[in-house]
Design a protein around this ligand. Structure first.
Ligand SMILES: Cc1cc2nc3c(=O)[nH]c(=O)nc-3n(C[C@H](O)[C@H](O)[C@H](O)COP(=O)(O)OP(=O)(O)OC[C@H]3O[C@@H](n4cnc5c(N)ncnc54)[C@H](O)[C@@H]3O)c2cc1C
Length: 187
């Protein structure tokens, strides 16, 4: 929502300026992102709303990012679907991992059939269980998340989501996303 144009509007009102050449807006955004300290608030005029499906362990890390709004599927009100993340590196241990997930769901369903409340029965499910949430976040906070979760120090699974969102960012806000990738991420 807003896109590059919202950032440019926010910045130009500060300087009461109008672009003189077609690429002046691009240079302006690049300067705002590379200056220190960065002129952060102009990027808050552009907002994203993303629907995410990911393992619970990724969601837990994601929701540490406080500047943004989340709403998540409730396992009090909804039954958990038998969907869980399995790492790609197949091995004998992966079979045991898969069997463990299946056994957890078997027990979960048995407890519910026996009359347990969903909110209690969910306690037997593992962190690989998929959850779903909607995330509304402004472009500044999105870039903070991207910078942290694209870093090699971040968990590989979380990085895959960050790479996917970076690609969406490039489609939705090509000027800002390119400047961010080059000036901040050094790509
Ligand atoms: C690789 C990695 C490993 C991590 N490991 C752990 C871990 O082991 N344990 C753990 O608990 N967390 C861990 N975290 C989470 C980390 O500590 C942050 O909570 C998370 O990355 C969110 O970052 P943030 O605070 O910048 O984002 P947001 O919460 O979105 O905040 C954005 C910015 O707003 C400002 N801000 C927000 N709230 C406040 C506030 N209360 N006071 C002052 N300024 C504020 C800060 O400038 C902050 O950078 C890890 C994160 C990463 C990337």
């Amino acid at each position: 929502m807003g896109g590059d144009a919202a950032v440019i509007r926010g910045a130009r009102i500060c300087y009461q300026s109008t672009p003189r050449t077609p690429d002046a807006d691009e240079r302006l955004i690049r300067r705002l992102l590379s200056s220190h300290p960065r002129h952060n608030t102009v990027f808050e005029h552009a907002v994203f709303r993303l629907g995410v499906k990911c393992p619970l362990f990724v969601a837990r890390q994601w929701m540490r990012h406080r500047i943004g709004t989340f709403n998540e599927k409730s396992l009090r009100y909804c039954a958990a679907a038998r969907e869980y993340y399995v790492p790609d590196d197949e091995s004998a241990d992966t079979d045991a991992y898969r069997a463990h997930q299946e056994a957890s769901f078997d027990l979960y369903e048995r407890l519910i059939a026996a009359g347990w409340k969903r909110e209690r029965a969910r306690g037997v499910l593992g962190l690989a269980t998929y959850t779903e949430f909607v995330w509304t976040v402004n472009a500044w906070s999105l870039m903070n998340w991207l910078e942290k979760r694209l870093d090699k120090g971040a968990q590989w699974e979380h990085r895959q989501y960050a790479e996917a969102v970076l690609a969406l960012y490039g489609e939705a806000m090509p000027i800002t996303a390119t400047a961010f990738a080059e000036e901040v991420l050094g790509r």
